[in-house]
Design a binder for this molecule. Structure first.
Ligand code: NAD
Length: 374
């Protein structure tokens, strides 16, 4: 089977859907890999690196010709895939909720499009989960950005000229990104507290050496929540949460928000009045900026200042760690495809009734087939 690796074309995209390591692994399965020229540039990988791993390097038309599998990070414009074989598999972060027209375009071109972000969150699929691999890096980078914008140090330092006190860091939303933000802020020497609506996160917060700050008088989500995800909270819970945040936030130097609810706008967790209660020079990083933002007045992709507080509307932070985010993304793709590789036949076999295949297959035989897109 021939696997094509596309050079990314989305604005600001630095990642690549393959790395030399996955090229070698695909070759070991008996596949041939063709990488579009310049694909690895944004992630410090040269064409020569891919060639040394056994890939051929060529133009878009070269790599698409005869390819049965096409790999990408962000979904390409369907018009840019002219020359791709019908029934070729297009696999990547295709963003089906926001790019419906493109998905229709893939169907019209006869491609079988598969959206990796819809991978079911079950144990078997953990190593294929692009949301987790990219969120983890984003959580780390959010703290680094906060540290950079903060005019003080993170760790406590006792010096001859006096003591520098530790930064107080509050993480709101303790999913994959939040957990990594807590761990990173702790490593930098911050004094960390964190909150979530799911009660299962309390123990995780404690195990990372941070302090859980939870709404006590109104019940949140018991345990993990459905599929590990949160739902929208009642008006009563929201009110109690707002009171809790108001009391806590004025004493914080850095706040990292990561709260998301699948299929809904991000919950509003910090109001303008709460921002005004923070000490000037404080920093808020909103990782939910693209989904509408957890923080009032936050602008995705921008840094704004309000009441002397810097608000960073974090957008696609994984892209700023292109080498690592490419490596994890590429391995997610390899782990998915290799799990369905028939070694005797030397090809990919995707059973129609498999939970993972059903979860991510968007188009087939010229039609959009996913139930969430019906
Ligand atoms: P997410 O990105 O959907 O949300 C981030 C966090 O925000 C979640 O912890 C959520 O509970 C929290 N949140 C939502 N509304 C909130 C509010 N109003 N106030 C405070 N917090 C709020 O979540 P995620 O990072 O994708 O992960 C969610 C869970 O899924 C985690 O427990 C993770 O370990 C689990 N998970 C499981 C698998 C698997 O088994 N394959 C893979 C990935 C993640």
């Amino acid at each position: 089977m021939k696997i094509a690796v596309l050079k990314e074309s989305a604005d600001g995209e630095t990642r690549c859907s393959a790395i030399p390591e996955t090229v070698k692994k695909f070759s070991a399965l008996g596949a041939s890999v063709a990488v579009e020229r310049g694909s690895g540039q944004g992630a410090s990988m040269s064409d020569a690196d891919f060639e040394a791993a056994g890939a051929s390097v060529g133009t878009r038309a070269d790599v698409l010709k005869g390819a049965e599998i096409i790999l990408c990070v962000t979904g390409p414009d369907p018009a840019s895939l002219k020359g791709a074989a019908k029934r070729a598999l297009l696999v990547g972060a295709l963003d089906p909720s926001r790019r419906r027209e493109a998905i229709d375009g893939y169907a019209a071109a006869g491609l079988d499009a598969m959206a990796m972000e819809w991978m079911p969150r079950i144990t078997r699929a953990q190593s294929m989960d692009i949301l987790s691999s990219q969120s983890n890096l984003a959580g780390y980078k959010a703290v680094i950005e906060a540290a950079d914008a903060y005019g003080r140090a993170f760790p406590m330092m006792m010096t001859a000229a006096g003591t520098v006190s530790a930064a107080k860091v509050f993480v709101m939303g303790v999913g994959v990104a939040g957990l990594q933000a807590i761990a990173t802020a702790r490593r930098l020497g911050g004094q960390v507290s964190a909150t979530d609506v799911r009660s299962a996160t309390k123990e995780q917060i404690l195990s990372l050496g941070a302090k859980p700050i939870f709404v006590e008088n109104v019940a949140g989500i018991e345990g993990e929540g459905a599929g590990g995800y949160a739902t929208e909270m009642s008006a009563e819970y929201q009110k109690a949460q707002a009171e809790l945040v108001s009391a806590h936030i004025a004493k914080q130097d850095i706040v990292i928000t990561t709260a998301l609810i699948p299929g809904k706008p991000a919950p509003r967790l910090i109001s303008n009045a709460q921002l005004a209660s923070m000490r000037p020079g404080s920093v808020v990083v909103d990782l939910a900026a693209e989904a509408g933002g957890n923080v009032e007045g936050c602008v995705a992709g921008e840094r704004v200042e309000k009441h002397g507080v810097t608000i960073i509307g974090a957008s696609n932070l994984a892209r700023s760690l292109a080498a690592d985010s490419s490596a994890l993304f590429a391995r997610n793709l390899y782990n998915f495809l290799s799990a369905f590789w028939d070694k005797d036949a030397g090809k990919l076999v995707l059973p129609d009734d498999d939970e993972l295949v059903k979860g991510i297959r968007l188009t087939r035989g010229g039609k959009v087939v996913h139930e969430r897109l019906a």
